[in-house]
Design a protein around this ligand. Structure first.
Ligand code: FES
Length: 64
């Protein structure tokens, strides 16, 4: 089952899915491990988080 966790002031942590580009080619990820997708827009490794959100002071307030 896929699961997306919205991290406070950080990335989307995605589990149980393949991440593919706009032509359907899969990005290389570690099998069975969650991936962190950037939502601050500042990562140098998009679509993945590279930790830059901490340097730029990204803030989020989402709660279910
Ligand atoms: S959310 Fe981590 S670099 Fe954007």
């Amino acid at each position: 089952m896929a699961k997306i966790t919205v991290k406070a002031n950080g990335p989307y942590l995605v589990e149980g899915v393949d991440v593919v580009d706009n032509e359907g080619r899969p990005f290389k990820t570690e099998a069975g491990k969650p991936v962190a997708l950037c939502r601050c827009g500042q990562s140098a490794r998009k679509p993945f988080c590279d930790g830059t959100h901490m340097k730029v002071g990204f803030k989020s307030e989402e709660h279910a």
